[in-house]
Write a new protein. Structure first.
Length: 327
């Protein structure tokens, strides 16, 4: 059995679908809430559904059958301002799972984020030495909450203290794909804009606040969620790998590229409008992100990443354009 926290969420439900398709028993830990995230799970067989408050007791009772824990549950909004809430949901559960997996000698794979890199001035290399991590300065509380956990694990490793037999932090970049519909304003621009594009409307992009970038020329590393799942499955099959890993395509693409690919996939004429960036966004806005995936490749993961155009094409034709857009 593999435990997936946040298993009813976006990336989590995609992983659950892949594990279930393999015949693996999956225990999903999540709050189901009222945003219809249950639809993310309805097509897949699940062995157990666990409330987060009962997770440690559940795992203690199933200790002999649990093979690994994939911890994807968290508040993922970069706009979250309640830091106490981030401590409660992002930091404390991660440290408790770290302790349990250490004692039980079970692998732990957890979600970090590219937001730990802050404004990107220190680059996007997934180094995991305490000295390297100390140089990173996240620009929002969400990024800090994930960086807190990364640094704690790095310090324990540097001290030679006991850790799980496999401990991996995955720094996800801009992930898009099916089952993100419950995320509201935190959905990818593809999902948010699809209804407008399908009806012949325009996509709005922020004007640039940096003269180094043209309007819409700001760049992100967009990665299709099926590539994230492919990497996680590979890591579960390679338990000797530990550390921090970037999970991105390795190629920065502009918002204009994304908009054009969206219109092309929808077979609609390109219509783009530029709007001013709100002050609360521009203060910590990243004009460029690009995952350095050299470490992942050096470790032996050799599958090609899906291009932005192919990912958007698959997402739109096989999910967003369907009456049932769920995986």
């Amino acid at each position: 059995m593999i435990v997936v926290t946040g298993g009813a969420g976006f990336i989590g439900s995609n992983l659950v679908a892949a594990l279930s398709a393999r015949g693996t028993d999956v225990a999903v830990c999540d709050w189901m809430k009222g945003d219809e995230r249950w639809r993310n799970l309805r097509k897949h067989e699940i062995a157990e559904l666990v409330e987060p408050g009962q997770l440690l007791a559940f795992m203690h009772a199933r200790r002999t059958v649990i093979e690994a824990v994939v911890h994807l549950g968290a508040i993922t909004s970069t706009a979250e301002r309640n830091v106490d809430l981030l401590v409660e949901h992002n930091i404390q559960p991660s440290l408790k799972l770290l302790e349990w997996c250490t004692q039980a000698r079970k692998p732990l794979i957890y979600a970090s984020t590219a937001a730990t890199y802050g404004d990107g001035r220190m680059g996007f290399k997934d180094e995991d030495a305490p000295e390297a991590l100390a140089k990173l300065q996240p620009v929002n509380a969400y990024g800090w909450s994930k960086h807190f956990v990364d640094r704690r694990i790095a310090r324990l490793r540097a001290r030679g203290e006991k850790l799980p037999p496999q401990i991996l932090g995955l720094k996800f970049f801009n992930v898009f794909g099916p089952n993100e519909y419950h995320k509201g304003s935190m959905q990818s621009a593809i999902a948010r804009n699809y209804p407008h594009v399908a009806n012949g409307g325009a996509i709005r992009l922020f004007r640039s606040t940096d003269p180094s970038y043209a309007d819409g020329g700001q760049k992100r590393d967009f990665i299709y969620v099926r590539d994230c799942v492919s990497v996680m499955l590979w890591l579960l099959e390679n338990p000797a790998i530990s550390g921090l890993l970037n999970i991105g395509s390795g190629h920065a693409r502009s918002w204009l590229d994304l908009a054009k690919a969206t219109f092309a996939a929808a077979k609609k004429s390109c219509a783009i409008e530029f709007i001013d960036m709100p002050a609360e966004i521009s203060a910590g806005y990243q004009n460029f992100t690009q995952a350095d995936i050299g470490k992942l490749r050096a470790l032996g993961y050799d599958k090609p990443m899906t291009s932005l155009e192919d990912g958007i094409g698959d997402y739109m034709s096989n999910f967003l354009a369907k009456d049932d857009p769920y995986l």
